[in-house]
Write a new protein. Structure first.
Lengths: 90, 625
């Protein structure tokens, strides 16, 4: 595992490009949903291991929410939930 | 074949949000669709009819957009239950057409894989194929069909002939429909979703070739429109233009409508008719309905903007920009669209809250939606402002009347934010809200036809209301204001002897601290049916009262009869008062019980009374009484 480069998408900056390594619900303890439900929602929106991601935009206050390009789809979500998405830069 | 309406096979359109499903539905069914009175863009279940080139009648069902049958919101529940045939009194669809955006098929393919488990025949329509081709996306349809195990056709909803292959395939499929098999669908867990998405990704790689250079239109536009600072400024500018348009553009048309009704009233006034009938037609029907229909242009313009922004793909961006700001007041980012719709009318706004997954977030939005200044308040505000607020400029460039109007809107918004804040903190004590997760679709050029159909549906819904609820209320008021007739030799105006006066006097002790006279009390009662009715009611009361006061001069009549403090108190009352029976009925329906309806009614009435009381007492103390 190239653990050294892995970070949570919730901590990434605008312009970050990379690939999803893993979904780890334990990294998003503040999420507004129970872990199994959060995982399913993320999967349904296309956040699957191996998918490419790019952090496109962020909001004015606290850099939240963020707009993330996943493969060919753009998804808006909050950093709190994006903490569960472990990514490594490409 | 003598297939009756009910026997025509049902074809259900299912797809991700923003896949162009509704445009496809509109193209296929044209005007032959049944829509509810207040269809949200993707919220209502819509049924339409079409005949295929092979002469086959089909009932087409447009279902709310979803990513999975694993429903998380009331909106998605409808889709799941319809697809699975679980809806009461509804036959399950004979064929499911999964609609996918050709340039964004990844999530659609996973949905197809899931739909294959519901036991009904499934096919995939690759929608917006024209856009995909223009971008250089190549799709091997034969291979895609083989990989997925379902027929695949292309469709272009917006071009003539663009649905030919879809219609031909519908004909072919329905003539030899495979037997429905037992459904083995169950809500997928994370493992199943992961597996299905990987399979979808594999199919996508094998069948779709993306161009080397991705489309940049959307990302370029978003650099500006989603910019943390510029984005918010642009959003505010759009809202400003929107409200400016609602007032400025609508004016000429409104003047024409007003003039027509005035002419009609004047014609009736001189017609050789019995006195009572003439009064009924002129003061009851024409003045009443006219005072409401005059707002049709504003409603059309407001919905034009809302639907245009929705079709452009901007609404999701607005929610993105507003999420944090609204979150501070305890509202969900997704509440932005319902609350914006509520500026037109709270009913479509409340119905649009179905897209909010979390029940508490949804309830908060429903509760505060009626505080947004809906178009029905405009007639009341306009009337009172033009009668009492001098038409002059302050600070050299701002019209005072416009400023007061802005203040009323602002008061409604601040009221809504405060109420939601209090609800969130005091009642639910929750700090962590439902996550905000929303697809930001690529920008699309809106289709004039689809836009026109959407506006038309809403305009008709409004006219229907004006023609039924409001007309019957106007007649009721006229009766209340006309009977019993004044006794012979009576000295005062005839209305002083009517039922209306009795009701108004009955309420006087309660309303006197607000500066409301009995005429206002009378107008507020039918105003419960719909806010704008109060204007017509005041017209009826005062024109009957004054004898020769024409209905269009209500404003002047009011200026003579009311003090400024009373007028301001009435404005304050109208910001908060739950003066709309239809809204309350929708709240009852959408929350599934009386409880939240009465809570809404109660809190709004309390706020209205307190606000009007304070405004009147303060204004009177300052000498405006």
């Amino acid at each position: 595992m190239s653990d050294t480069f892995t970070l949570a998408l919730g901590n990434a900056r605008v312009g970050f490009r990379g690939r999803i390594d893993a979904l780890d619900m334990t990294r998003a303890p503040d999420a507004g949903l129970p872990a199994p439900e959060l995982e399913r929602r993320l999967l349904e929106l296309g956040f699957v291991e191996g998918a490419t991601v790019e952090l496109l935009h962020q909001g004015l206050f606290g850099g939240d929410p963020i707009a993330v390009r996943v493969a060919a789809t753009t998804i808006a979500l909050r950093r709190r939930e994006a903490m569960a998405i472990m990514v490594s830069p490409s | 074949m003598n297939a009756t309406v009910d026997l025509a096979p049902i074809v259900a359109l299912v797809g991700n949000p923003n896949c162009g499903k509704t445009a496809l539905f509109n193209t296929l069914t044209g005007s032959r669709q049944k829509v509810a009175n207040y269809p949200g863009v993707t919220v209502e279940k819509k049924l339409g009819r079409l005949t295929t080139p092979g002469g086959r009648a089909i009932q087409l069902l447009d279902l709310p957009g979803t990513y999975s049958l694993r429903a998380r919101s009331p909106d998605e529940e409808i889709t799941r239950d319809a697809v699975l045939g679980k809806l009461a009194n509804e036959t399950p669809p004979d064929l499911i057409v999964c609609v996918g955006d050709s340039s964004n098929l990844r999530l659609a393919l996973r949905l197809v894989l899931e739909l294959k488990h519901v036991g009904r025949p499934v096919m995939l329509a690759l929608n917006m194929m024209d856009i995909a081709k223009k971008r250089g996306i190549e799709i091997d349809m034969a291979k895609l069909s083989a990989e997925l195990g379902v027929p695949v056709v292309s469709s272009v909803a917006v071009r003539r002939g663009g649905t030919e292959s879809l219609l031909a395939e519908l004909d072919r499929r329905l003539s030899d429909l495979p037997k429905a098999t037992a459904a083995d669908w169950q809500a997928p867990d994370a493992g199943a979703l992961r597996g299905a998405q990987r399979e979808a990704d594999r199919v996508l790689r094998a069948t779709v070739r993306m161009p080397a250079a991705p489309d940049v239109t959307t990302s370029r536009a978003d650099k500006i429109l989603l910019h943390p600072v510029a984005g918010i400024i642009i959003l505010l500018a759009i809202l400003f233009v929107m409200f400016q348009a609602v007032f400025a553009w609508a004016k000429p048309v409104m003047d024409i409508i007003q003039a027509s009704f005035d002419w009609l009233g004047a014609t009736v006034a001189t017609a050789p008719l019995p006195e009572l009938l003439r009064s009924f037609l002129k003061d009851g029907v024409i003045a009443g309905v006219g005072s409401v229909i005059v707002f049709l242009p504003q409603i059309v313009i407001l919905f034009f903007f809302i639907l245009l922004l929705e079709d452009l793909g901007y609404m999701a961006r607005a929610a993105f920009l507003m999420d944090k700001i609204m979150g501070g007041a305890g509202l969900h980012g997704r509440a932005f669209i319902p609350l914006l719709s509520s500026f037109a009318c709270a009913i479509p706004g409340i119905m649009a809250t179905r897209v909010i997954d979390d029940r508490r977030d949804r309830l908060t939005t429903i509760l505060v939606a009626p505080l947004m200044t809906c178009s029905a308040r405009i007639p009341v505000y306009t009337l009172i402002i033009s009668a009492f607020i001098p038409d002059r400029e302050v600070w050299g460039f701002v019209g005072l009347q416009g400023l007061v109007m802005f203040g009323l809107y602002a008061a409604g918004i601040l009221g809504a934010l405060s109420v939601s804040f209090v609800m969130k903190r005091l009642f639910w004590r929750s700090t962590v809200g439902e996550p905000f997760m929303l697809e930001l679709p690529d920008y699309k050029i809106p289709q004039a036809k689809s836009l026109a159909m959407g506006i038309f549906a809403r305009a008709m819904a409004f006219l229907k209301r004006a023609g039924t609820t409001i007309l019957s209320m106007m007649i009721l008021i006229w009766v209340l204001a006309s009977f019993p007739e004044a006794p012979d030799g009576a000295t005062g105006p005839a209305i002083g002897y009517s039922f209306a006066a009795m009701l108004g006097h009955l309420l006087e002790p309660v309303m006197a601290p607000l500066g409301f006279n009995w005429q206002i009390n009378v107008a507020l009662i039918p105003g419960l049916a719909a806010r704008e009715v109060a204007v017509g009611a005041l017209g009826t009361i005062y024109s009957i009262n004054g004898g020769d006061e024409a209905a269009q001069q209500i404003g002047q009549a009011l200026a003579h009869q009311w003090s400024l403090a009373t007028a301001l108190a009435l404005l304050a009352w109208y910001i908060f008062a739950p003066q709309c029976a239809s809204t309350l009925a929708v709240i009852r329906r959408e929350t599934g019980g009386w409880k939240w309806m009465w809570i809404t009614f109660g809190y709004m009435l309390t706020l209205a009374y307190i606000a009007a009381l304070i405004v009147y007492q303060v204004a009177a103390a300052l000498g405006a009484g």
